[in-house]
Ligand binder design. Structure first.
Ligand SMILES: *[C@@H]1O[C@H](CO)[C@@H](O)[C@H](O)[C@H]1NC(C)=O
Ligand SMILES: *[C@@H]1O[C@H](CO)[C@@H](O)[C@H](O)[C@H]1NC(C)=O
Ligand SMILES: *[C@@H]1O[C@H](CO)[C@@H](O)[C@H](O)[C@H]1NC(C)=O
Ligand SMILES: *[C@@H]1O[C@H](CO)[C@@H](O)[C@H](O)[C@H]1NC(C)=O
Length: 556
């Protein structure tokens, strides 16, 4: 309770000075001052606790009256973060609403708004006050949204990073039906006065999809507006290349173009009684009308697991096969490189991005250490031509790690992602079942859903620490090579029905228990563990033949 006391400390300047009888100013001794301050605090604390106890008692008795309003006001005006008291006030107000005329209710809530305003003056970032204001506004018989909006304006002009106020503003805008384009002009003004306004950029990003929706269910931004936004944001970072707010917004814009929803691959195995379907982006089974396959599955009541993921697996009902008359294994994939990791760019957009890339490259000559600029160049290159720019992209990642070593592992992961994408783009998807990602400095694995049909994978000579759970999507995998990494964990080598050979030379597998997932792979016969600490375990041979009885060819 003591932390609430700060508000009661007296205005010290007054207590420091006392007037003597002769009208001369006499400074009190320090000890005297301390003693007086202490007494004063004690007195305030007493009052505070008395009021608090009185409030709790009234609430306990279910009293919902004006006196309770006054008492809570007394405490809240000094400590607006005392959430229980706001709750109590809401109970009281709701009760008073039932016994008062509408006109009186209006007055009551208007007074409440005034009171909250005084609390916000004391602490503009008090969550309790903003929350209560939102509640009061929603109860007010005749709300004055214009006034609320200008309150937000005033508050944001004092501190544009007050996120409680931004939240409240969104609520006001929504409730009052302020046209979104008017709000957008508001951010235009803010950005015009100073580009470095993180909150305004962010607010803009929440408004744009409302104002310029692209057809389709996803919130996106239509291309015409997108092009205008590129220009605006480019002006911003050319004016101040170190201003992070504009770069963030730019990244948001670059991520706007949505990929089309496609089935990229279907795999069905009679033997395994399973079908796996990979999509170009996460789909919601229940709302997806484009994927006929899911409709079939639904009609046939084939259970579909994991909603909103890239890959669906399900067990097949036997008659599915009889009806469909498919061969024992069947697959189809339709992915082509454009569809995979970027959306089709229109000619117009391509030329805009092209000129963006040129501008950024110029900027980089002036500001070679600017990590935002480097990162944006990488993203633009990927949007335009990921394979053509691969070499430059790698060099830029090297630069990023040098100028921003603190985020080096983030850059490694991002680079890994791009390298995997490039490798997938390079393979001729329909033909290739052998996939090599060796020697690429990979620190993480992703896009495994694109590799459903791969039978051989080479992950040797990377920096991988783990084979993640998504690895268990690779139903067709027969041979896995992952030598010379720093792998400690095999959790993804789980229930792989066709896996026969695993090579894990020179990794960091420490314990026998780390190998347990392999026991769920029925066809595993060959395992190479040379150069792992686990091989030093006592009795390792016997332990392993017990854990993995199917492995006949074990290298330790
Ligand atoms: C950012 O926007 C607020 C919003 O009103 C504005 O008042 C403020 O001056 C802007 N910040 C800067 C640094 O210009
Ligand atoms: C814009 O805002 C930033 C951050 O608040 C401030 O450092 C900068 O001086 C402002 N620039 C101008 C021109 O007011
Ligand atoms: C896998 O990659 C490693 C490292 O590049 C290489 O030495 C090995 O020969 C590759 N395996 C196959 C089967 O090509
Ligand atoms: C891997 O990283 C090292 C050091 O960062 C670098 O020298 C090497 O060129 C990278 N190799 C590849 C294939 O990117």
């Amino acid at each position: 309770m003591f932390e609430h006391l700060f508000v009661f400390s007296l205005s010290l300047s007054l207590s420091l000075i006392a007037h003597s009888q002769h009208g001369r100013v006499k400074v009190k001794s320090t000890a005297q001052q301390e003693e007086e301050k202490r007494k004063e605090r004690e007195k305030k604390l007493k009052v505070y606790l008395t009021v608090r106890d009185a409030i709790f008692k009234k609430r306990g008795n279910g009293e919902l009256d004006d006196e309770a309003l006054q008492l809570t006001q007394q405490l809240l005006s000094s400590n607006p973060d005392f959430a229980t008291l706001w709750n109590y006030r809401r109970e009281i107000l709701l009760h008073l609403e039932t016994i008062k005329e509408e006109e009186e209710t209006q007055k009551l809530y208007e007074a409440e708004l005034l009171f909250i305003e005084s609390c916000l003056k004391m602490n503009p970032k008090s969550y309790g006050s903003w929350h209560h204001r939102g509640w009061v506004s929603s109860r007010l018989p005749r709300p004055d949204w214009t006034r609320e909006l200008s309150l937000c304006d005033r508050c944001l002009s004092l501190d544009d990073r007050n996120f409680h106020c931004w939240d409240y503003r969104r609520l006001v805008v929504k409730a009052s039906g302020v046209p979104v384009d008017q709000e957008l002009q508001f951010t235009d003004r803010l950005i015009g006065s100073n580009f470095s306004n993180y909150s305004s950029w962010h607010y803009r990003s929440t408004l744009l999809p409302l104002l310029h929706p692209e057809s389709g269910s996803e919130p996106a931004v239509c291309e015409e507006q997108l092009l205008k936004e590129y220009e605006l944001v480019q002006n911003a970072f050319f004016t101040d290349p170190n201003d992070q707010s504009a770069w963030f917004y730019y990244r948001w814009l670059l991520g706007r173009a949505e990929r089309e929803e496609l089935i990229s691959c279907v795999y069905a195995s009679r033997e395994g009684e399973r079908v796996a379907v990979a999509f170009s982006k996460p789909v919601n089974v229940r709302h997806s009308c484009t994927s006929t396959l899911l409709v079939i599955m639904y009609e046939w009541r084939i259970p579909v697991s994991c909603v909103d993921q890239h890959v669906y697996k399900c067990s097949l009902l036997k008659y599915f096969w009889i009806h469909m008359n498919v061969p024992s294994n069947w697959c189809r994939d339709s992915a082509t490189d454009q569809e995979l990791f970027r959306s089709e760019l229109s000619v117009e957009k391509t030329s805009v991005l092209q000129s963006e890339l040129q501008s950024c490259t110029q900027l980089l000559e002036l500001e070679p250490q600017n990590k935002w600029c480097v990162l944006t160049i990488i993203l633009l290159m990927r949007a335009l031509d990921p394979l053509g720019h691969e070499k430059e992209t790698l060099a830029h990642f090297q630069t990023l790690k040098e100028v921003d070593p603190m985020r080096s592992s983030y850059y490694s992961d991002l680079c890994s992602k791009f390298m995997i994408e490039n490798t997938i783009l390079k393979m001729e998807y329909a033909e290739v079942r052998v996939f090599s990602l060796s020697d690429k400095n990979l620190s993480t694995l992703c896009h495994l859903d694109q590799l459903l049909l791969v039978t051989h994978i080479n992950l040797s000579s990377n920096q991988l620490v783990t084979l993640p759970p998504q690895f268990s999507m690779l139903h067709c995998l027969e041979v896995l090579e992952a030598d010379d990494n720093v792998i400690e964990n095999l959790e993804g080598l789980y229930h792989l029905p066709k896996l026969e050979e695993v090579s894990l030379k020179n990794n960091r597998i420490l314990y026998l228990s780390d190998l347990e997932p392999l026991a769920s792979c029925p066809k595993l016969t060959r395992l190479d563990l040379r150069g792992n600490p686990v091989t030093k375990t006592a009795n390792i041979q016997a332990e392993l033949s017990q854990l993995l009885p199917s492995v006949t060819d074990l290298l330790l």
